[in-house]
Design a protein around this ligand. Sequence first.
Ligand SMILES: [Zn+2]
Length: 217
Amino acid sequence: MGDGPTTTREAVLATAKRMLAEGLVEGTSGNISGRLPGGLVCLTPSSVPYDTMTLDDLVVVEGDGTVVEGTRSPTSEKDLHLATLARYPELGAVIHTHAVYATMFALAREPIPAVIEEVVVYLGGDVPCCEYKGTGTADLGAEVAARLADRGAALLANHGLVTCGASPERALHNAALAERTAKIVWGARAMGATIHPLPDKVGTDMAGVYRYLRDNP
Ligand SMILES: [Zn+2]
């Protein structure tokens, strides 16, 4: 951020393609936003495959969703992006995916536990599950924004995952970390293992690190 709108657009596009390459999305599901100067937000479009997506496909909107640049329709899930970016000025990007293992926890409406130190550092603690709200609604946007006050990721009940960060790259890192953690916890449970929590001191000691990473691109 602070490096001009062209660079942010390029970061949004590159991150969208990396989501596909890393298996966090399929087809046209999922979406990304990046904050531009002047209260504008760059969003991925609705119904355009990631592998052929170009900068011209991206859509720029005002805070209320009014399109000011681009010929495509913005993602139908734009409200969760706009509500989150409006509420937290330190954030530069939001990502939403239907990543498989995280979505398993979303179906169970069960948090992904913070049982690995990097989850505490990068996500600020466990990945909580939002209350169920309809896809693409303003109610879902408000629910997501409330849950991301002190977290880098949250689950959408019966739907998927949302992450945030100071930049598109950080939001992508958080999405990959949440998905990987969900997979690890699922696997450990499949082994019949008892999953031991981290000592409380880890959360206390690392809270400041999470805050620093969230506030500094
Ligand atoms: Zn979705």
